[in-house]
Design a binder for this molecule. Sequence first.
Ligand SMILES: *[C@@H]1O[C@H](CO)[C@@H](O)[C@H](O)[C@H]1NC(C)=O
Ligand SMILES: *[C@@H]1O[C@H](CO)[C@@H](O)[C@H](O)[C@H]1NC(C)=O
Ligand SMILES: *[C@@H]1O[C@H](CO)[C@@H](O)[C@H](O)[C@H]1NC(C)=O
Ligand SMILES: *[C@@H]1O[C@H](CO)[C@@H](O)[C@H](O)[C@H]1NC(C)=O
Ligand SMILES: *[C@@H]1O[C@H](CO)[C@@H](O)[C@H](O)[C@H]1NC(C)=O
Ligand SMILES: [Cu+2]
Length: 605
Amino acid sequence: MGFSLKSSGLWLGLAASAFLPGVFAKCGHSKFELVLTWENASPDGSVRKVIHANGKFPAPTLEIDEGDRVEVTVFNKMPFNTTVHFHGIHQDTTPWSDGVPGITQRHIQPGKSFVYEWDANQYGSYWYHAHQMGQIEDGLYGPLVIRPKKSRATPLSAIPGDVAAIAKAAKKPRQLLIGDWRKQTSTEITKIEHEANMEIPCYDSILFNGKGSTICWDEATIKSLVTPQQQNTLNAAGGNMTAKGCLPPVLIAKVIAPNATVYPEKIPAERVNVCVPSKGETEVISVTKSKTETEKWVAIDVISATGLLAFSFSIDGLPIWVYAVDGEYIVPKQVHALPVSNGDRFSILVKLDEAGDFPIRVASTQNTQLIAATAVLKYRILESSVAPKTSGFAPWVRDNGLPLNGTIVYVVAQQKMFEAKTIGAKADATYKLQMKTGATSTQWSLNNQGFAAAVSDHGTEGVALFKQPGAATDLSINTKKNQWIDIIFITATKPTPPHPIHKHGNKMFLLGSGVGAFPWATVEEAKAAGAPLNLVDPPRRDAVVTPQASPANATWTAIRYHASQPGAWLMHCHIQSHLGGGMALLINDGVDAWPKVPSVYANYQ
Ligand SMILES: *[C@@H]1O[C@H](CO)[C@@H](O)[C@H](O)[C@H]1NC(C)=O
Ligand SMILES: *[C@@H]1O[C@H](CO)[C@@H](O)[C@H](O)[C@H]1NC(C)=O
Ligand SMILES: *[C@@H]1O[C@H](CO)[C@@H](O)[C@H](O)[C@H]1NC(C)=O
Ligand SMILES: *[C@@H]1O[C@H](CO)[C@@H](O)[C@H](O)[C@H]1NC(C)=O
Ligand SMILES: *[C@@H]1O[C@H](CO)[C@@H](O)[C@H](O)[C@H]1NC(C)=O
Ligand SMILES: [Cu+2]
């Protein structure tokens, strides 16, 4: 089965023994190979084409030790271009391994391979995914875990319980990737959206580690779940939720792009109006307590791999301790439900007492669709004579994503980082970005204009990282090395849904958000005027969610980051249809110290 692949600039001659699809790690150096293929599969019980990595979906977990040099070789055996992005990985001094076509590399074409190489100078829960068109929605995603070095202090002692049992659980967190899923490929969906001239945010299933089902609720159930906000939209535009629990895309188009000519007759009925149930497997996280253990805990890395849906995460009957967010330790916080947005990671610890099959509940919080699903946390106690509890657990959250009375929901703005990091006292530059919608509900922009590179290949213009940055435009900003940069996201057109804005490269400090169009020149001025801003110990995130804007009021969100890593970084909405619709900006960091790209990357074809 040995073979070699030549791509000009990169010669990969692999001996048969070295080419075992899978994973082999050496001390200080983690090497992985991912062979990508395009296969028939039925994650939710319904067959379609799915991207497999080393023969499976989701892609395998990459387990790395903090401090390792990481090398990931991607073999593209699919009939289309691809790239792979390591989400949340700083890529300090290796911007060419960030995986964004047109920004940091050329496409990996069918039959070609590409070597990503970077330093794991972080720890915790991450994930990797395709950064080419809508390929996340075709299944190219997998977990990435960086085991903290032994000397790293942890916040676990703040959690009440058996210290050893907690530490043992946290050493081996289980990964739970949560995705939304449709019975058609991303290319088919995009084609329908273009023909109908509107965005069609309606999904079939929720997948836990690639497993799930299409659940069809009856009309009465859907009616009982409609949220006040959804009812407002229905009342204003005139209509009902569809059999799939979706707001009719025509209503969304009416609100977002009222002047667009739409062709709803081009949308196949099963895409929105008709729900066809199908049954796949149920994901089970199994935990067993042995006779010698006195207390049992389980750690779970909750990872959102959704293309569009934001959701509430909870475990019926069990409170959860959040101890890390986006890979970094926080001061632990006990809650019942998590607001999870596209690309987020929450690392949680759960104390288990009585044996049972606890429902792990995910419910959409997106206005566009009512959809919910459960996986199972199966807890057993060896040699116990008590029968496990299999039903009757009290949920924390309704299937429309709204918390029940008394449920404590995690609040991102109140997040306290465990490790203090200096935040620049004052920004060297402030950018106010005007987020807009376009003439149709498929067009979006992060700053005035849609970003064409997000939808095309950027081929004729060349790769941003491979040339000296030009002057800043609506689609790019330039910074100098080690400047502190403030960015204010303003919802210039409204209404608009929440947007999970992800920044590549290093993390952002989330200073705050509020109502209005940010009438101030700087964050300091806003703070002096009483705006809700934390300039002392704000949360660090690799994505921030901009609050939705009603027809009456814009919203703003302020972040600060350190331009410590020269290179070309994309900042974009992580909703795949918004990214595809142009909601992106190029950040050229450190233009005065622009990196020299190794020829193996610069010459890659
Ligand atoms: C695939 O990648 C090549 C090289 O970057 C590019 O020329 C081509 O246009 C890409 N094809 C698509 C469909 O993006
Ligand atoms: C919505 O459903 C109700 C029945 O529940 C029906 O009377 C009404 O006509 C429907 N509205 C639309 C716009 O289809
Ligand atoms: C839609 O068209 C009307 C009439 O031409 C115009 O007044 C309005 O501003 C337009 N709305 C948008 C969102 O473009
Ligand atoms: C919620 O709980 C509080 C205190 O237990 C109670 O006063 C209140 O009436 C409850 N609200 C609802 C809507 O059930
Ligand atoms: C929204 O705007 C209206 C009118 O400008 C104002 O009265 C209202 O207080 C605003 N809402 C919030 C939450 O600030
Ligand atoms: Cu990303």
